[in-house]
Design a protein around this ligand. Structure first.
Ligand SMILES: NC(=O)C1=CN([C@@H]2O[C@H](COP(=O)(O)OP(=O)(O)OC[C@H]3O[C@@H](n4cnc5c(N)ncnc54)[C@H](OP(=O)(O)O)[C@@H]3O)[C@@H](O)[C@H]2O)[C@@H](O)CC1
Ligand SMILES: [K+]
Length: 521
């Protein structure tokens, strides 16, 4: 689990070390980690460091200092390093080290953009956590000119861009990006992940993340973003235990599918069953249950006791959905509400609940719960702010679906799972997610209380995995993995059915098979 901190928290964690005079040591440690990543990438791309054309874009502060010391390291190892002094002032010791190692320094000028575009490796050390406001001229023009020149080179082997701490133009705390910003293949960040590197906008600009430990103590600070990774499934997934029977493993009540949309009932059911649970009770019209039983004969179509509810895919019967919601509230059962169920939400619910709108549905939801409703485009441009707003208005967890799904809690913190493949943007994909999430809620409902501080409480997690927002993050992670798996296996975009098969095949990671009967390894 990657934990993201606001820039202010990272700077506050640095402060006692700086006060103790350890600033230069921190910078040397950061720069050494950065240089190691640069060397590894160069060796991977071209076999060696010697002779590599490297351009260091250095700003005036410590971010530039990191880049200059890393540039000195590469220069000592035979790379041809040129520094562009982008803001007209350089970190003095870093600049001296670079010169002593044989590197060149040039002021920003007309030649800087084409020079940068020709480099094999560009190190972006212009701005880090000290950035404020939008990019000042001529910095913005230079970055745009470089990117235009680089895309116009027609070179078969694209240059690598490594950002120092944060790509320039990305807000380290919110991930907001301006029209012009650095797009990196990799970002080497120091001390702790900046929240903005894990959020929409910033995460795409940052590329792969590498974290260099510089000895910061972040324990006193609360992360604002948790970003699950596939490896977290091995810890957080509710694996069946040997002493379980079908009722203790978890029973999901599902209200999905209708005369108009029978397929949604089938897809949600198939996904829940493939995810694994003790029993699934489906409440739907006969034509839906008949199709489901044909494919999933283990499904029970009678009402009865359940441990969690999932309602909404495929425009189900309103009365059935209302009954499920009331029962969830009366018995304090966890509940996922999707699609057709969202229209019933006009007030906060009296139970643990997660709702899963896409941007358009979030607009409608906000319209029923608040005043000052955003447009769909505004939600898509700033999903985090609007998901948090909805979570606060609804007093519950919101999973705002999109290319990067964001799970927001009312306290303003978010879970940001990795994005799935583009192939997941297809009708029925959301039904599958609801099925996975419903199965997870059912299978964690029973041991929620007993294991609250149990094996899920890993030192590197800020909360137990039975937290509904984390479970949603894991559900999205598995959904994405299943999509990736089927996309890659066939070489063709996945159909929704393939995504369910991807779940079944169990590669969706640690989720099935590999770790049966064990947890927390
Ligand atoms: N401290 C530590 O312990 C460690 C810090 N480390 C590293 O230091 C980084 C933070 O360094 P930092 O604080 O020096 O700020 P930094 O990001 O280099 O930028 C400041 C400069 O940018 C300028 N500027 C600002 N906004 C601008 C804009 N929109 N457009 C244009 N210019 C703008 C600003 O100008 P000013 O506002 O002062 O006029 C000033 O000159 C951190 O990310 C990490 O990489 C590591 O070595 C580990 C140890
Ligand atoms: K940077």
């Amino acid at each position: 689990m990657r934990l993201g901190y606001p820039a202010a928290a990272i700077r506050a964690a640095e402060a006692p070390l700086l006060d103790a005079g350890r600033g230069p040591v921190l910078m040397r440690t950061a720069a050494a980690g950065l240089a190691a990543v640069c060397r590894r990438d160069l060796i991977e791309a071209r076999g060696c460091v010697t002779g590599a054309r490297v351009v260091v874009l250095a700003g005036a502060g410590n971010n530039g200092g990191d880049a200059l010391f890393a540039g000195a390291d590469l220069s000592r190892r035979g790379a041809r390093v040129t520094v562009v002094d982008v803001l007209g002032r350089l970190h003095p010791e870093g600049a001296a080290a670079l010169r002593a190692a044989g590197g060149d320094i040039e002021p920003l000028g007309a030649e800087s953009a084409p020079l940068t575009a020709r480099a094999e490796l560009v190190i972006d050390g212009i701005l880090g956590t000290g950035a404020s406001g939008s990019l000042r001229a001529p910095l913005d023009t230079f970055i745009a000119d470089w990117q235009a020149a680089a895309s116009g080179t027609g070179s078969a082997r694209r240059q690598r861009v490594i950002a120092v701490d944060v790509p320039t133009g990305v807000d380290a705390t919110t991930g907001a990006v301006g029209a012009v910003h650095v797009r990196a293949d990799r970002t080497v960040t120091f001390g702790g992940h900046k929240a903005g590197l894990l959020l929409p906008g910033g995460a795409d600009a940052a590329g792969e993340l590498a974290l260099v430990d510089i000895g910061l103590d972040l324990a006193p600070f609360r992360p604002t973003v948790e970003a699950p990774e596939p490896a977290d499934l091995a810890v957080g997934w509710p694996f069946p235990q040997p002493d379980m029977h079908k009722y203790t493993r978890g029973v999901l009540g599902l209200v999905a599918g209708s005369h108009r949309y029978p397929g949604a009932g089938l897809l949600t059911t198939a996904a829940a069953v493939s995810t694994g649970l003790g029993m699934l009770r489906l409440l739907a019209p006969d034509e839906v249950t008949a199709a489901v039983l044909d494919r999933c004969p283990e499904v029970v179509t009678e009402p009865g006791r359940v441990q969690a509810w999932a309602v909404g895919p495929g425009a189900p019967d309103t009365l059935l959905m209302r009954r499920a919601i009331i029962e969830a509230e009366n018995r304090s059962l966890p509940l996922v509400i999707d699609a057709g169920g969202l229209g019933l939400l006009t007030r906060p619910l009296e139970t643990t609940c997660i709702v899963t709108p896409h941007a358009g549905e979030l607009v409608d939801l906000l319209g029923r719960l608040t005043t000052g409703v955003p447009t769909r485009a505004e939600v898509e441009a700033d999903p985090v702010t609007h998901a948090v707003r909805a979570a606060q208005a609804f007093e519950g967890v919101i999973a705002l679906k999109g290319r990067r799904t964001i799970v927001a809690r009312p306290d303003g913190s978010v879970v940001a799972p990795p994005p799935g493949p583009a192939a997941l943007a297809t009708a029925g994909s959301g039904d599958v997610l609801t099925g996975i999430l419903g199965a997870l809620l059912a299978t964690t409902a029973e041991h929620r209380v007993a294991e609250r501080s149990g094996p899920y409480d890993q030192a590197d997690w800020s909360g137990p995995a039975t937290d509904i927002a984390i479970l949603a993050g894991l559900a999205v992670t598995v959904h994405g993995l299943a999509g990736h798996r089927t996309t890659h296996a066939s070489g063709l975009p996945a159909a929704v059915e393939d995504i369910v098969l991807g779940l079944k095949a169990g590669s969706a990671g640690a989720g099935t098979g590999q770790n049966d009967g064990r947890r927390g390894e």
